[in-house]
Design a protein around this ligand. Structure first.
Ligand code: 13P
Length: 249
């Protein structure tokens, strides 16, 4: 099973997100994509809209881009895991590098969040990845394994967890597409340490239609987490089609 998902990050109105979801519902259908688990992570304002348009039995999972570790309380501006679930989210993304860089997300808060998400029966999508400096020093494997250990060590059951390896130097408009050999060591290390204990190890960062097939063939990659290239629904559909072809051999 390959997991193929996108985060809309801070884009799309509710109407735009609903239009996207409607196309996805039509194109993916009720039966889904054989061998592929698609997921979409809209902004918090559109989670309910997207979940409603896709429908309760949709083969496409819906997620939230962040949630707090407490179930409720005086935490202005945050949403809780139960609130995200109530809106229709089945996945909660945590630890994205943009949240670590700009909003104070740390390994410690990620560890708290992963426990809350699991307690509520949702799927944590744990993002990890090294900066350009760490990459240049050759310390990527150690750094990323450390981030994941901080989040998951001590948990009895991590079988629902998705790990997304997203090198910071590859993410977003200032990122660059990685060569497969540049991500192979970290993916191999994650796969060796966690592959049997989590649902999947995904790669993310400057994925698009041109490199999706190559990246999916890196040993240990169980899926892709896509930003910009999937904000247009045709881009997402094209990457889903690539994944289907890879699964089909
Ligand atoms: P891009 O695909 O736009 O580089 O973003 C990747 C990402 O951060 C997914 O969460």
């Amino acid at each position: 099973m390959l997991w193929i998902g996108t985060s809309f990050k801070m884009t799309k109105t509710r109407a735009q997100a609903a239009e996207y979801a409607a196309r996805l519902r039509t194109e993916v259908g009720r039966d889904g994509v054989p061998g592929v688990q698609p997921f979409v992570i809209p902004s918090a304002t559109s989670i309910a809209e997207v979940a409603a348009v896709l429908g309760g039995d949709s083969p496409v999972l819906v997620g939230a881009q962040n949630a707090h570790w407490e179930d409720a309380g005086a935490w202005t501006g945050e949403i809780s895991v139960p609130q995200a679930a109530d809106a229709g989210a089945r996945i909660v993304e945590i630890g994205h590098s943009e949240r670590r860089e700009h909003f104070g997300e740390t390994d410690a808060t990620v560890a708290l969040k992963v426990r809350t998400i699991l307690r509520h029966g949702l799927i944590p999508l744990l993002c990890c990845g090294e900066s350009a400096d760490v990459f240049a020093r050759g310390d990527s494997v150690e750094h990323v394994l450390g981030q994941v250990a901080e989040a998951l060590d001590g948990l009895a059951d991590t079988s629902r967890v998705l790990i997304a390896y997203e090198p910071v130097w590859a993410i977003g408009e200032h990122g660059r597409q990685p060569r497969p050999d540049e991500i192979a060591d970290v993916i191999a290390a994650l796969s060796a340490k966690w592959g049997d204990r989590v649902a999947a190890v995904l790669y993310g960062g400057s994925v698009d239609q041109s490199n999706a097939g190559t990246l999916l063939r890196v040993p240990g990659v169980d899926g892709l987490f896509v930003g910009r290239a999937a904000w247009d629904v045709d881009g997402f559909l094209s990457i889903l089609a690539t994944a289907r072809a890879v699964v089909g051999g």
